[in-house]
Design a protein around this ligand. Structure first.
Ligand SMILES: [Zn+2]
Length: 393
């Protein structure tokens, strides 16, 4: 837990940092426990009632928190409950190789509208189209206070500048997406790698409380987002977590990044389709079709998925040996057939023993494609809230 700084210390240390920390603690407690009374906030934070009252006053004035409804307690006391102001809205954008989704969310990660469009090959065309959708969405919710725009994408963004530095599956090169959207809309734009966005969603909305988590997203490619000691790892140039492009076989098939035999060439959804096409006359199929075929008893489809699962496990050994996570969260369509993937991946991770002998817990996250979008909400809000328990991204 991010610790509240007890009131006694506030009296001597009245600096802005302490006040901000306590405000974040209270804001996060309301977010997680809402509806919640002031008395419970004091009990859970260890702060004095008077301090809580001042902070809550401040949060209500800043439109972050609303009062009501009134609760009932024994002996006739009627505390007023507090909850987050869901009139504050965030625009989330999920850019994928085939499709871009634009959605409107409240501060609790509830999405009220959502629209998708095909991803243009040229980044400028795609971003121009995206801006048109965002502006339309803004017109439809002009009464709400927009907090900002969060963008998740299958690539890496330079820390500090937000410039796109590596996005092989999009085929986009250096283009300043954030600046273009900011200029056209007037709102702040936060960009994040898709797997990192999923880490934020897991910590922020799903309340995973481990400080050492790796999220592996499996779709057209393979992404990884790394939480080490409670912090999102970005690395020197923003490339931390690019396990998907570590070559497992230098003579393997060509990868979208230009190398050969990268992990994702063997273990992504595209890889499973390639295994299937190599053994079948069919050539028009997507990954969901492949999962269905396997469930209907198509032995070749099952075999293709099993090969993919073996490679997923093999690649995860790099993650286990390098980062020693407590949990590996797996996100993607494959989680629908986890009975097929889970045991194979787990066995492969442990196949030749593990350094230290402890295997991380493998957790499939069933999220219907929303984790990235929810991550963009956390991305925009984290400057006000922090990212939950001791996580400062
Ligand atoms: Zn590659």
């Amino acid at each position: 837990m991010m610790r509240a700084i007890p009131s006694k210390r506030i009296q001597v240390a009245s600096n802005v940092g302490v006040r901000d920390t306590n405000k974040r603690v209270v804001l996060n407690l309301i977010r997680k426990k809402q509806p919640i009374s002031r008395a419970d906030l004091a009990r859970l934070s260890g702060l004095q009632r008077s301090t809580i009252s001042l902070i809550v006053e401040d949060l209500i004035e800043g439109d972050w928190v609303l009062e009501g409804p009134t609760g009932r307690l024994p002996r006739g006391r009627r505390p007023t409950f507090l909850r987050l102001n869901d009139d504050r809205a965030i625009i989330g954008v999920d850019i994928r190789p085939l499709q871009i989704t634009v959605a409107l969310s409240d501060v609790n990660g509830k999405f009220s509208s959502q629209e998708a469009m095909p991803t243009a090959r040229n980044p400028k065309t795609a971003v121009d189209e995206l801006i048109v959708r965002i502006q339309r969405l803004l017109r439809s919710c002009s009464a709400r206070k927009i907090e900002g725009i969060g963008i998740s994408l299958p690539g890496r963004v330079e820390p500090g500048s937000g410039r796109l530095v590596f996005a092989p599956n999009l085929g986009w090169t250096d283009y300043d997406i954030a600046q273009a959207v900011e200029k056209a809309t007037g709102f702040d734009v936060e960009m994040e790698n898709a797997a990192n966005a999923c880490v934020l969603a897991a910590v922020w909305f799903d309340h995973f409380d481990s400080r050492n988590i790796v999220v592996v997203t499996v779709s057209e490619g393979i992404g990884a987002g790394v939480l080490v000691n409670g912090r999102l790892a970005r690395g020197f140039s923003g490339m931390a977590g690019e396990f998907g492009h570590v070559p497992l076989d230098p003579d393997g098939p060509l990868c979208s990044c230009g190398s050969r035999g990268c992990w994702e060439v063997f273990a992504s959804n595209r890889a499973a389709l390639r295994y299937y096409f190599e053994s079948s006359a069919k050539s028009e199929l997507n990954f969901q079709d492949l999962l269905s075929l396997a469930d209907q008893g198509d032995g070749r489809a099952a075999k293709a998925l099993e090969t993919m699962a073996h490679y997923l496990g093999r690649g995860m050994r790099m993650i286990v040996a390098g980062l020693d996570p407590e949990q590996i969260l797996v996100i993607g369509d494959l989680t629908r057939s986890w009975h097929r993937f889970g045991p194979v991946i787990q066995a492969e991770v442990q196949a030749q023993g593990l350094p230290g002998g402890v295997a991380p817990k493998l957790v499939p996250v069933h999220e219907d494609g929303m984790a990235r979008l929810r991550g963009t909400v956390a991305l925009v809000l984290q400057k006000h809230f922090g990212v939950g328990p001791e996580v400062i991204a």
